[in-house]
Design a protein around this ligand. Sequence first.
Ligand code: MTE
Length: 325
Amino acid sequence: MLIRSPQDWELPESAATPERDYDLRSLGRREFLKTAGLGLATAALAGRPAFATTAGFPTKVNPDYRDAALKPTAYELITSYNNFYEFGTDKADPKPNANKGWKTEPWTVEITGLVRNPAKIDANDLVAKMGGAEQRVYRFRCVEAWSMVIPWDGFPLAKLIAWADPKPEAKFVTFTTVLDPKNIPGQRRGTLEWPYLEALRLDESNHELAFMATGIYGRPIPNQNGAPLRLVVPWKYGFKCGKSIVKINFVAKQPRNTWNVMAADEYGFYANVNPTVDHPRWSQASERVIGGGGLLGTRQKTLMFNGYEKQCAALYKGMDLRKYY
Ligand code: MTE
């Protein structure tokens, strides 16, 4: 029998939420204390923030992307329970570690590759060029089987693509996270292949739901969530949503993406949320709702394409969705 020795970067089985409902016994002590503490902190955080420092704020709610049935996760939870391996592999690591002198303003984004209008542009100028920011409330589902509901501020990725004006040969778009090992501690270790790189097909990128987020709850996006600009693709597992983007590259061939490079048998290129296809080490049939219901979170069934099947299924017509692409 083959015995697998876990790698440094590997998601531990404990990262995935077990199938049974969480209770005091199934929660690790550390996580329980964290969750309980956050619940109390959340109660103390009342109302909407008032400051508006970065371009595009305050934002306007787009009513077309605000489902009344979705209850947004508390701001405190969204911004303190994070995956950002550049700043540590524990959920609580990114918040303190990404706010110890790492600067995300000013910030330049490069738009390059098979486009007629390549650019190197300041992030604030880019938001202004895109006509400012709007707010949309999306479901967010991590491959580790937990979920949140997040009010994102930002602009549709399709607007950026129209501005970049891709050439006919462009078929895929890559999103590269900043590489700055001097100021990003995790990049001084080989946890993942750096810089973190994610990619979409061009038609996926042009889908109306694909979004470039610059804020959360009407505030500029915090460093730990991927300041100043991060991708949001709500029908895919969260690892497709690259953070702190410095380069958007239009290419002809399907590129490698970080998690697929690290573990091709566990993470595909498409990574569409699909409750009928399990991760090799855990079920994807349901998810733990962070902050949902009570201090311990509640479970709910995972929906095909994370609830966006009607809008997104056509993108994958003719593809075998059970296949691990
Ligand atoms: N982007 C970078 N650069 N590094 C990361 O480690 N983690 C991904 C994704 N984007 C990650 C990343 C994963 S696994 C998830 S679930 C989401 O970011 C988490 O986003 P959040 O912390 O804002 O909830």
